[in-house]
Design a protein around this ligand. Structure first.
Ligand code: PNS
Length: 179
């Protein structure tokens, strides 16, 4: 059907159920850079599932429930966006929810090696799922959840980098010491 050797198409796209993309990550917390990628994803795919990894080995600032709530709030009323959590292999999750595409943001060359490795490993694990890289708007190419937390904690202004609600929650987490 698609003419590419070794690639079988199944999942939602083949079933004619519309194109569903999974946008996975830690989102601790969601930034305007993430939202920019989601908006770009919605321009290309019928639906985007934001899938937050539940990783007991990590010690996130925000609980998984808090992270889900923050993203849901940002997309209130947008029927084409779903926010979910997953554990285990990403490709297994994607198959389960009928997604044929994994979306990842590519900010700079420094992201490339890690992202390329993941894309190829995911393809090896499941050749039915394609990884699509999207570049964020220039203004977000340096924004990461890690830096947002660090800058905020040290009193820096992150108001242009995260949704208002995230800024408020950061203030609650870090207390009065931060901005
Ligand atoms: O935002 P992050 O933390 O860089 O996201 C990394 C994520 C969640 C996409 C990646 O760690 C992942 O997919 N983990 C699930 C486990 C898995 O499938 N591992 C093999 C991927 S090659």
């Amino acid at each position: 059907m698609n003419g590419r050797k070794g690639v079988r198409r199944k999942g939602a796209a083949r079933r004619g159920g519309g194109s569903v993309a999974v946008y996975p990550g830690s989102f601790d917390p969601v930034t305007n850079g993430h939202l920019d990628i989601i908006t770009r994803g919605l321009a290309v795919f019928d639906a985007v599932i934001i899938a937050i990894l539940v990783n007991p080995q990590k010690h996130p600032l925000f609980t998984v429930e808090e992270r889900v709530a923050l993203i849901r709030e940002a997309y209130k009323g947008e029927a084409r966006v779903r926010v979910d959590t997953f554990s285990g292999l990403l490709v297994d999750y994607a198959e389960r929810v009928g997604a044929s595409v994994i979306v990842r943001g590519l900010r700079a060359v420094s992201d490339f090696e890690y992202e390329f490795q993941m894309a190829l490993m995911n393809r090896r694990l499941d050749p039915n799922i394609e990884t699509v890289f999207m570049a964020p708007a220039d203004g977000y190419s340096y924004v990461s959840s890690r830096l947002v937390k660090e800058v905020f904690q040290l009193g820096g202004d992150v108001s242009a980098l995260v949704p208002k609600l995230v800024e408020r929650r950061l203030r609650e987490k870090y207390g009065k010491a931060a901005r």
